[in-house]
Design a protein around this ligand. Sequence first.
Ligand SMILES: O=C[C@H](O)[C@H](O)[C@H](O)COP(=O)(O)O
Length: 223
Amino acid sequence: MNQDELKQAVGQAAVDHIKPHLDEDSIVGVGTGSTANCFIDALAAVKHLFDGAVASSEASAERLKSHGIPVYDLNSVDGMDFYIDGADEINEHLEMIKGGGAALTREKIVAAVAKKFICVADESKMVGMMGTFPLPVEVIPMARSHVARELVKLGGDPVWREGVVTDNGGQILDVHNLKIQSPMQLESDINQITGVITNGLFAQRGADVLLLGTQDGVKTLKA
Ligand SMILES: O=C[C@H](O)[C@H](O)[C@H](O)COP(=O)(O)O
């Protein structure tokens, strides 16, 4: 199977995973990116089983609506059982780097509301130590240079993702060459820098379940 087929397989596996738990009041939390898109497309086939979705980006909201799935503002829902999203890197503890598509902040917010985070990923995303994928950090635009200098002090090489404006009006610094030995600590340290909106480490709130697409089928890993 090629990478796209692996993404489709995990998208379908995520629908199969949550389907027994869906009812007419269920709200599904939906992530962003090419793997999350596969999940959205598979979810459309069971849209009669649940109420609607909360999306972590305008792009995912549009895709959900194009399938006729109602999209709710997060402030109008009390909670949700599941949040389904991809990752740029994930380790054996189900800690992740996310934000390759610049949606990290809304992803972290929707994930915080959900009872369970189900990560969908093809096997290329599984790593021993995170940091090969540059860590995205969303910043308030006027703080960009200040935050970049502070990130250098933490051992990274930040690069401005020029031209990208997030759904929140923020800008993105991609931090290269980090050896992330303590993801939870680094997540806190970066969030302490004034001007940071959030960073793409999902360690304090990692995934609860990983559906990993491999050549031997979809494997289920639990935290
Ligand atoms: O901002 C984007 C998200 O964190 C994505 O979930 C992540 O970049 C993975 O995307 P993809 O499934 O396209 O590799």
